[in-house]
Design a protein around this ligand. Sequence first.
Ligand code: ADP
Length: 310
Amino acid sequence: MASAVLTVRGVSKAYGNIQALTDVNLEVPSGGIFGIVGPNGAGKTTLFSILCGFLGADRGEVLVGGQAVRPNHPPPGGMLTILPQDAKFLPSTPLGKQLKFYAELAGMSARDAEKEVHRVLEMVGLPEVYNRTGNTLSHGMYKRVGIAQAFIGNPRVIILDEPTAGLDPHAAREIHEQLRSMRADQTVIVSSHNLSEIEDLCNAVAILKQGSVVRVSTMDSLLQGATEVSFRLPDPAADDLLAALNALPYVAGARWDKGAGRLRIDIDTSALAADEAGGELVKFFVGRGVKFMDMQVGANLEERFIRETR
Ligand code: ADP
């Protein structure tokens, strides 16, 4: 794994008697997209606020690019920016003017700020909004201008708190494409409740539950080590199909998961690896004329999330 650009060590935070974070430790590698997921109330917003220095931790420390983040101080020069969930622009001031103001606040001369604003608007595919006002944009465009703002000055770490919440699939996809195209030289930390989005976008993910990190993993290793193969079927699996599956030498157990609409088959991986078993099971289904819509080897992020945050 690449060296860490952001380190969280032993961070705890309480609001009165509500313990929002407890001994959180994280190493976010440099480069790529890192996901942070957790149910409502898990502590994501509190953690982001501490990463940015908006809030002080009760205990522990945060390092960005090796330098400590201090509460009530902006993170060390050009290192880290955040797009909060509810970021707003002034409704009737041209967006280019507002972004330029932020670029100047970040220390740029008027000329450099102007150039930088054109660069970031170009980057999010909206060069034409420079002279437009926020109240004339669609929700998706508005979010992209927010992302443009977060990229002003090319910080090393950009935190995007639910950047695609409430967007239609087209608008969300445009944001995904832009994030994918910028992942090489910068580190984006993104939170989302859309776990298939996190699974597609991120190289690694941390799962937060009740203020603690319950898992940090690269996406590959999270999805590896599979012992299950599952199939989406148009109808619930019949008893005779389950019996036939249970009789297969590499099947440890087969059951119909009503909630997910999937047939779940536990593999005896001492007999056959899960991916090979998947191939065998496809042949078995085709041979018996069993229709299925998809096959999945291992649990996807959503299933892991449900299990680990239950
Ligand atoms: P998330 O962003 O994952 O939904 P939060 O960081 O907002 O989680 O909240 C974590 C916990 O801290 C929750 O129990 C929440 O009710 C509590 N909390 C958050 N902000 C405050 C606050 N300003 N005052 C009191 N409790 C808070």
